[in-house]
Design a protein around this ligand. Structure first.
Ligand SMILES: Cc1cc2nc3c(=O)[nH]c(=O)nc-3n(C[C@H](O)[C@H](O)[C@H](O)COP(=O)(O)OP(=O)(O)OC[C@H]3O[C@@H](n4cnc5c(N)ncnc54)[C@H](O)[C@@H]3O)c2cc1C
Length: 405
């Protein structure tokens, strides 16, 4: 155990895609706010949490304006990633279909209007048009189908690494295998009430003096914050993903998409695979380091059938792999991007459920604005404030579709 002290302007805890995006965006805007000494601590390796298991679907279909706008603005960064950040994020444009059943129609239509109101390019298309976009799909049972021409997917680990690489080149220090053990606070001498961040301690005995700590610890968040007296209503839940090798003569290609009534999302992977996940199964996990990482027989049977309802030739496809990862769920399936009242200099960025990856470019931009300038200017993120849980002012999570990837 070492006992060293260093100083930093900001310590970011967690090297998932959020921590890396925040570090990079803070460094890129350092000339504006002067926070130049930035340290990122990661307990294991970059992307070793939810990010490394992410399906990395990029879609705009949300029930709230804040999520749709975050996704839409992030998409513009994914599309120009090499110029804006550098490196490869793996953005692949496939288009995205959303299938709605009869009972979902009112919410579906109003969600599309909400998405269009923040600039998202999406529209309801005919079953015939959907069949042309997705050969081999069953489309006639859907009450309505929406299409997002610019959506698709990317590479979640690659994106995190690209942000980390740019962050390093801008002077950020990234420490791997370095768990933060505690955030040290002291009574605020100015206000005489509340406290302020003075240091972050690591499990290896280091003490990094800093006035700003950013908690971006994904599924570890509630456990990490609890000893600090902060009750973050976030639970880790386990979700499985499968890959099938599809028959290319029957389903040569297809867009990404989601089937609301059938509770599945899917996307193409590489040349001949189809990835599928679903939002039904959500086993709560107490310790994010201990959970079953393989796909289960029950999930395979259930989700294979669900996918085959939408893509009938999948019934005879080859299952090539399956695995599980953790979401970080909040009561309204929306994240928290905020400062923590009563602890000056403490910021929280977590709770992205199964849909954070696609938001990560704007999460970094906005957290850098919040931390560096005291408030966001690019867009209003008040619906993502921490106090909404205590206020009982939750975001509308629509028909539950928001929890899908
Ligand atoms: C199976 C699955 C499928 C998904 N599919 C999609 C999708 O299709 N589209 C989409 O947009 N999103 C999807 N998501 C969600 C998305 O991946 C997450 O929202 C996103 O990766 C969250 O990033 P994060 O940085 O907040 O968390 P994480 O990636 O979990 O990063 C947190 C990091 O903090 C580190 N850490 C924890 N505690 C400490 C500590 N004390 N000190 C230092 N480091 C610490 C962890 O090791 C970890 O690396 C999916 C997630 C899963 C699991």
């Amino acid at each position: 155990m070492t006992n060293t002290t260093e100083t930093a302007d900001v310590v970011i805890i967690g090297g998932g895609v959020m921590g890396c995006s925040i570090a990079c965006n803070l460094a890129l805007t350092a000339a504006d706010h002067g926070l130049r000494r930035i340290v990122l601590l990661e307990r294991d390796t970059l992307g070793s949490g939810s990010t490394g298991r992410s399906s990395a679907a990029i879609r705009m279909h949300y029930s709230t304006a804040v999520n749709a706008e975050l996704a839409w603005r992030s998409l513009q960064i994914f599309r120009n990633f090499e110029d804006i950040i550098g490196g490869e994020c793996g953005y692949t444009r496939t288009g995205y279909l959303v299938f709605a059943g009869e009972e979902d129609l009112p919410s579906f239509r109003s969600n599309i209007a909400t998405q269009q109101s923040v600039g998202v390019i999406t529209d309801i298309i005919s079953a015939g048009d959907a069949a042309e976009l997705a050969p081999g799909f069953a489309v006639d049972d859907a009450a309505a189908i929406a299409y997002e021409p610019y959506s698709g997917h990317a590479d979640a680990s690659g994106t995190a690494y690209a942000y980390a690489t740019r962050a390093r080149s801008e002077g950020v220090t990234i420490r791997l295998q370095t768990p933060a053990s505690a955030i040290e606070t002291s009574l605020d001498s100015t206000t005489r009430h509340g406290s302020r961040v003075v240091a972050v301690r690591t499990a290896g005995g280091e003490r990094i003096e800093t006035g700003i700590a950013v908690v971006a610890t994904g599924p570890w968040t509630a456990r990490f914050l609890a000893p600090h007296g902060i009750d973050a209503p976030m639970i880790a839940t386990r979700h499985e993903v499968l890959h099938f090798r599809r028959p290319l003569d029957l389903v040569p290609h297809h867009p990404g998409g989601a089937d609301i009534g059938n509770r599945i999302y899917f996307r193409p992977e590489g040349q001949d695979l189809t990835l599928v996940g679903n939002g039904n199964h959500s086993d709560v996990v107490d310790d994010p380091e201990v959970y079953a990482q393989r796909a289960s027989a029950a999930f395979i049977q259930d989700v294979w059938q669900r996918l085959a309802r939408r893509i009938p030739p999948i019934a005879d496809a080859e299952l090539t792999s399956g695995y599980a990862g953790l979401y970080t769920n909040t009561p309204d399936s929306h994240p928290v991007m905020d400062r923590i009242d009563g602890v000056d200099g403490l910021y929280l960025c977590s709770g992205f459920s199964g849909h954070g990856f696609k938001l990560s470019p704007m999460v970094g931009v906005l957290m850098a604005e919040l931390i560096g300038n005291g408030a966001t200017t690019t867009m209003d993120i008040a619906p993502l404030r921490f106090s909404r849980f205590a206020e009982g002012d939750l975001n509308n999570a629509g028909y539950g579709f928001d929890v899908l990837a």
